[in-house]
Design a protein around this ligand. Structure first.
Ligand code: AMP
Length: 217
């Protein structure tokens, strides 16, 4: 199953992708995660990407497309993949189609996880992550027992640089202007499906699974 997950920042794509990995045994390709790792490792690519990410802007297509192409060629993608956070604009979507056509593995579905703007804002500004184990919390919806401390491992919780309010506004603006048009793009291709991204995580996941299981493979 070859899936693109669409949705604004904070829609829960990453959370659902992690559950899909478990159920379908296919890898998640998150360009945000790949870029954040490059930033943390201090690679030249990471240094270039960080300035865009901290401002909430998109990293140039040339950088991101190269990363995704390389990742798609790895063996574990032969049985399928979940693209999370890519494509982010029409040009990336067109390039992706071309690359996948050349590889003989076109997309099966583009799944849009839909969430209202005011909820997105709270989800993003409230998001905290454990420095040690990566566990995520939200100060509004799922706070840790003790402020700033991970329930699981006692690690320190931090806010991603690009989860600061000003950056978030910019990220949502960029989403509306550049990424939301992909909903139309995939609709026209006849592979768009939509799911409500508000509510219980397991319920949303179950709705996603019904959609995926209903597709012809
Ligand atoms: P995410 O975790 O997917 O919200 O990505 C965090 C940041 O990484 C974005 O705000 C962008 O700066 C950058 N990024 C992630 N994916 C892409 C992409 N496909 N194209 C350009 N920039 C991206």
């Amino acid at each position: 199953m070859r899936i693109v997950l669409l949705g604004a920042p904070g829609a829960g794509k990453g959370t659902q992708a992690k559950k899909l990995i478990e159920k379908y045994g296919i890898p998640q390709i998150s360009t945000g995660d790949i870029l954040r790792k490059a930033v943390a490792d201090g690679t030249p690519l990471g240094k270039e990407a960080k300035s865009y990410m901290d401002k909430g802007e998109l990293v140039p297509d040339s950088v991101v497309i190269g990363l995704v192409k390389e990742r798609l060629q790895q063996d574990d993608c032969k049985k399928g993949f979940i693209l999370d956070g890519f494509p982010r604009n029409t040009s990336q979507a067109e390039t992706l189609d071309k690359v996948l056509d050349e590889m003989g593995m076109p997309l099966d579905v583009a799944l849009s996880v839909d969430v209202d703007m005011d909820i997105l804002m709270k989800r993003l500004t409230g998001r905290r992550t454990c420095k040690q184990c990566g566990q995520m919390y939200n100060v509004y919806f799922s706070p840790p027992k003790q402020e700033g401390v991970c329930d699981k491992c006692g690690g320190e919780l931090y806010q991603r640089d690009d989860d600061k309010e000003e950056t978030i506004r910019k990220r949502l603006e960029v989403y509306e202007a550049q990424t939301a048009p992909l909903i139309d793009y995939y609709e026209k291709k006849g592979i768009l499906k939509r799911v409500n991204g508000v509510g219980d995580i397991d319920e949303i996941f179950s709705n996603i699974c019904s959609i995926l299981d209903g597709l012809k493979k």
